[in-house]
Design a protein around this ligand. Sequence first.
Ligand SMILES: Cc1cc2nc3c(=O)[nH]c(=O)nc-3n(C[C@H](O)[C@H](O)[C@H](O)COP(=O)(O)OP(=O)(O)OC[C@H]3O[C@@H](n4cnc5c(N)ncnc54)[C@H](O)[C@@H]3O)c2cc1C
Length: 305
Amino acid sequence: MESNIVDVAIVGAGPAGLQAAIHAARKKATVVVFGKLEASSIHAAHVENYLGVPGVIPGAELLAAGREQASRFGAELREADVLRIDEGEGKFLLHTETGPCQARTVILATGGARKKLKVPGEKELLGRGVSYCVDCDANFYRNAPVAVVGNGSAAVDGALTLLGYTPQVFLVSERLEISEELRAKLYQSQINRREGVWVKEIGGVSAVDSLLLTDGSRLPVEGVFVELGAKGAIELAMNLGVLLDADTMTHIETNKRQETNIPGIYAAGDIAGQPYQMAKAVGEGCVAGWEAANHARAQRRGDAV
Ligand SMILES: Cc1cc2nc3c(=O)[nH]c(=O)nc-3n(C[C@H](O)[C@H](O)[C@H](O)COP(=O)(O)OP(=O)(O)OC[C@H]3O[C@@H](n4cnc5c(N)ncnc54)[C@H](O)[C@@H]3O)c2cc1C
């Protein structure tokens, strides 16, 4: 058996990911959970409709208890974002902010759809220079000046990807919150960093022509990529050929076992569809963790043959 492969890699440390970790780890699978505590949408919420919890409880408290529970059962929690996932011979290679991780199965539990900037011009110019997906749209901006907006790993990774298409890449961020490894890559690159500022308005009439920043300066760009937080599950899924729900195209399609169309890849929680509720997220997380552990065990037996 290859000892450097984990049975279950979980992308997301919210209710779905942590519950999946608990169930997979209790089935004796080796488990690694990637994700940042404060990025879960329950972190800042107050919950009063979760079974067995009387009164109103801060979401942060529930998460802290869930993390402690998951690690007590043996799951390893890593405060790092996953940037990309590749498949090879039925196994998966996760490229993360802090290095690679190989896994037999992957559970996508990254929470809801991409966040918006909520500035003038964003909605009006969507699809005409405004994009939420570097991996999908970079090719449209070959040799054109572009800007990526965001403070997290998705923005930096997106800006580095865009350098393969155009030499003119701005990165606009209020305060970068990324790993030291990713920061080193950014500082060594040709990306034009505008730190300590934010976007006031996206300019243009029929297409984007500029970006007005909060310090009053204006960047002449043809493309604006809004990449807030971590890489969304949709982009991670797209790279693997995971199918989306045909009605919304914003959720990952799963069956009752939380399996996607790719064997070994599961999805759970908000990313697998409505209702966006913790009870549903932990229910799906339980099923995904259970199924992924079984799948990994069967694969381990195959490896040993
Ligand atoms: C203001 C507010 C109030 C709410 N109140 C309630 C309530 O009272 N009751 C209720 O049941 N529900 C409530 N919800 C909904 C609830 O928060 C969600 O349904 C629940 O958190 C979904 O869990 P999840 O694990 O699917 O996603 P999330 O909790 O959003 O967790 C997503 C995780 O994925 C990680 N992640 C994302 N991308 C990556 C990546 N590329 N690499 C690594 N990690 C990644 C994040 O860091 C995070 O840890 C509320 C939501 C909000 C916004």
